[in-house]
Design a protein around this ligand. Structure first.
Ligand SMILES: Cc1ncc(C[n+]2csc(CCOP(=O)(O)OP(=O)(O)O)c2C)c(N)n1
Ligand SMILES: [Mg+2]
Length: 286
């Protein structure tokens, strides 16, 4: 059993993860900054407090299952994995580079610990529903976690999966929506509105918990509610900020799929309390 981090420790871990994200993106020269930074706090709570996982034992049969339906947030996914011990942190420095194994979207064949390849939006909730249903049929106690984007919810397949999850009473399933109100082309409400989102999920028979997705107390309380809720799946609507913690990235959809330049990275990392040189050294040595 891994040690669970408390709220203060989770805050420090999330800060380190944000430093990893900026550093990786800077060397890669491509990749997704905005959504990685908006779902960092939730991902950190999942990996370092909530989930029963053994990163050193990938076949651990009691493990909880996790899926990022937003496959583009690999800077976050790989940072969480490296920090949790799935692979060495120095791998992060070769993100999206030919010499490395960490591709722009998560590939099951190349990255140990990725259960299903992702990147095509709209599919991850279906995958999670299948995993949760299979676990129920096997009378397995594990829980299944999936992270979706708010723009991603415009995909029709999401709502077929939502209908199935409630039909099969998948209370072992917990979805999180990174509700940052932005997507690649601008405001979600301008592109294809999803409001009122809580009512939509309630109409599909889900248990809905709405929180500030950057507040660890609220995140942990929501995860606990989800765990204790019986008979229906839970969705946590996490109100978040695209680019959270980097002032010039916050709430700007232009950062959905762009990396910082070296100059921008220097500013971002200063805001996060480090430098590119120091943080690179830290990653290279571990
Ligand atoms: C099926 C599919 N269509 C389009 C894309 C291209 N795409 C990647 S991310 C994205 C925007 C998703 O918005 P959101 O879920 O809000 O993620 P965020 O921008 O907040 O990271 C789009 C359209 C894709 N990956 N898959
Ligand atoms: Mg979004």
């Amino acid at each position: 059993m891994r040690e669970k981090l408390n709220v203060e420790q989770l805050k420090s871990k999330a800060l380190e993860i944000r430093r990893n994200i900026i550093t990786m993106l800077t060397y890669a020269g491509s990749g997704h900054s905005g959504g990685s930074l908006s779902s960092t706090d939730y991902g950190t709570a999942l990996f370092f407090n909530e989930m029963n996982i053994e990163p050193k034992n990938l076949n651990y049969k009691d493990r909880d299952l996790w899926f990022f339906s937003i496959g583009h947030v690999t800077p976050l996914i790989y940072s969480l994995m490296a920090e949790a011990g799935y692979f060495p942190k120095n791998d992060l420095l070769l993100f999206r580079q030919f010499q490395g194994r960490l591709e722009g979207h998560p590939c099951k064949k190349h990255v140990p610990g990725i259960e299903v390849s992702a990147g095509s939006l709209g599919q991850g909730l279906s995958v999670a529903v299948g995993a949760a249903l299979g676990s129920k049929l096997d009378k397995h106690k594990r829980r299944v976690y999936v992270v979706c984007g708010d723009g991603e919810l415009q995909e029709g397949q999401i709502w077929e999966a939502a209908m199935s999850a409630a039909h099969y009473k998948l209370d072992n399933l917990c979805a999180f929506v990174d509700y940052n109100k932005l997507q690649i082309d601008g405001n979600v409400e301008d592109v294809m509105g999803i409001h009122p989102l809580g009512d939509k999920f309630r109409a599909f028979n889900w248990n809905v918990v709405e929180i500030d997705g950057h507040n660890f107390e609220e995140i942990l309380a929501a995860l606990e509610k989800a765990r204790n809720f019986k008979g229906r799946p839970t969705v946590i609507l996490g109100n978040t900020i695209m680019g959270k913690c980097v002032s010039f990235m916050e709430n700007n959809h232009k950062w959905h799929g762009n990396p910082p330049s070296k100059e921008q990275a220097a500013i971002a990392l200063a805001e996060l309390g480090t430098t590119l040189e120091d943080w690179t050294k830290r990653l290279a040595e571990s």
